[in-house]
Ligand binder design. Structure first.
Ligand code: MN
Length: 310
């Protein structure tokens, strides 16, 4: 994984002065610095690459300086949502008391959409960092469970778990991103109520849609969490609160998938691939109502019906 920012000649000079080379400089590069959890390499082309566990936090330091330059993420899971908003994040974000939120299940045909918000007070940050909360996508199911149960026992959190039946009902009037936005808003509001009168220094949402779209999705709601809200993609790398939210969400999703699989008497896979179509077709042939198990707006529904007819 890495984050690459494009800088101007002047910005590159400033950044190069900040990171004096302390290791071998590769061909085409002007400096390379190795520090705690991050390696920074500046290239003649003006590209500066951040690699390692702290790549998000470290590259963030330069986001305002390069806000007019393009930011490219070069990971396999890089998302298409704009990263511009990250330029406006508070300084020293990683060390602030942050209420973070993240969701899972949006790419999975079977199972719920799960949104979780978690508050991590400054005094909890070190403990969480020691738990080595990495990106939940890289953890095994067993690790997710152990970590999530630990997190739940320490931190104020709220889970909005939208099972398929409810999801499909919402989806009659709201699109998938609207459902997500409502879920984040609800989860954040619930945690704010739990921790009051304490207030987080910032609220960080793992970004899934441009900020203005998010606010538009919430415009008709009576209660909208607005104060100090920031959006960033890969936000789990910017603050442990989002990483914690992501792990708890995975844990809830995992349990929900087990429950649904037991009800369907069939191991329901995650994702939205061909195996998913096959299982869905099998359920259709058994006369099972998919709306209890799956997000019906996915293209898988039609594919499954076609398969079932064969
Ligand atoms: Mn996310």
């Amino acid at each position: 994984m890495s984050i690459v920012i494009q800088t101007t000649a002047k910005q590159l000079t400033t950044i190069a002065e900040h990171y004096s080379s302390n290791t071998t400089i590769p061909a085409g590069a002007v400096f390379r610095y190795k520090g705690a959890g991050v390696m920074v390499t500046g290239y003649k082309s003006g590209k500066v690459m951040f690699q390692g566990q702290n790549e998000g936090v470290e590259s963030q330091k330069w986001a305002s300086a390069t806000s007019n330059a393009s930011t490219t993420k070069t990971t396999a899971t890089a998302r298409k949502t704009p990263t511009k908003a990250t330029a406006n994040l508070p300084a020293n974000l990683a060390n602030l008391g942050v209420l973070g939120s993240d969701e899972v299940g949006t790419g999975s045909y079977f199972g719920p959409l799960t949104v979780v918000a978690v508050y991590v007070a400054p005094e909890h940050i070190a403990t969480l960092q020691r738990l080595a909360i990495a990106d939940s996508k890289t953890l095994t199911d067993a690790n997710i469970t152990t970590l999530a149960e630990k997190l739940i026992s320490i931190l104020p959190y709220h889970i909005v778990n939208i099972m398929p039946t409810a999801y499909n009902q919402y989806n009659q009037t709201l699109n998938a991103n609207e459902i997500k936005a409502h879920g984040h808003n609800r989860a954040l509001g619930a945690v704010l109520a739990k921790i009051a009168p304490e207030k987080p220094a910032a609220i960080l949402i793992d970004q899934f849609t441009p900020a203005n779209t998010y606010w538009r999705y919430l415009s008709k709601l009576d209660y909208v969490v607005k104060e100090n809200v920031y959006f960033a993609t890969k936000a789990e790398q910017l603050h442990v609160a989002v990483a914690a939210a992501s792990i708890i969400a995975r844990y809830v999703e995992l349990k929900a998938m087990q429950e649904l699989s037991a009800q369907a008497h069939c191991e329901l896979p995650v994702g939205a691939g061909k195996n998913v179509d096959k299982i869905a077709a099998k359920l259709i042939l058994q006369g099972i109502d998919l709306s209890q198990y799956a997000k019906l707006h996915f293209a898988n529904t039609e594919k499954a019906h076609r398969l079932a007819k064969k």
